[in-house]
Design a protein around this ligand. Structure first.
Ligand code: FES
Length: 141
């Protein structure tokens, strides 16, 4: 498969998302410049050591989903897929830049996804207001 075909294939989910929100491809208006990033561990183990990994618990799909939500809601944030954060047993794990560290403890329920999106929205509002991030409080007990 050629480079352009692969690039076109990679962009397909975005095109479908635009269409689902009533936008026409080519008339897309980029979101404002991201104010911060959300780093998600997408480490996947071969599991020769029998340890859990975030990707083994769905973090790659979660990263895609959060990216789509951020795009659809035009939140000025970006998703960064990253390596292990050394909290594998309580993953999938993600870190909002200079704010909350969120461990999902193998629970990718809709409620937890909404909680993450809300935390991202809250951080965007805080940064738009020019407030310095407070000491983050854990979102999950
Ligand atoms: S595999 Fe995600 S924190 Fe280690």
């Amino acid at each position: 498969m050629g480079l352009f075909a692969r690039a076109r294939r990679a962009l397909r989910p975005e095109a479908a998302l635009l269409k689902s929100h009533g936008m026409i491809e080519g008339e897309w208006i980029p979101t404002e410049k991201p104010l911060f990033t959300v780093r998600i561990c997408i480490n996947k183990r071969l599991n020769t050591d029998r340890l859990p990994s975030c990707a083994g618990r769905g973090s790659r799909g979660l990263a895609d989903l959060l990216e789509q939500r951020i795009l659809a809601e035009r939140i000025p944030a970006s998703i960064t897929r990253g390596p292990c954060m050394n909290n594998c047993a309580i993953g999938p794990n993600l870190k909002i830049q200079a704010a909350e560290f969120i461990s999902l403890k193998d629970d990718l329920s809709q409620a937890n996804i909404e909680m993450i999106v809300e935390a991202i929205r809250r951080e965007a509002e805080r940064r738009k207001a020019g407030q310095v991030a407070d000491t983050p409080e854990p979102l999950l007990p």
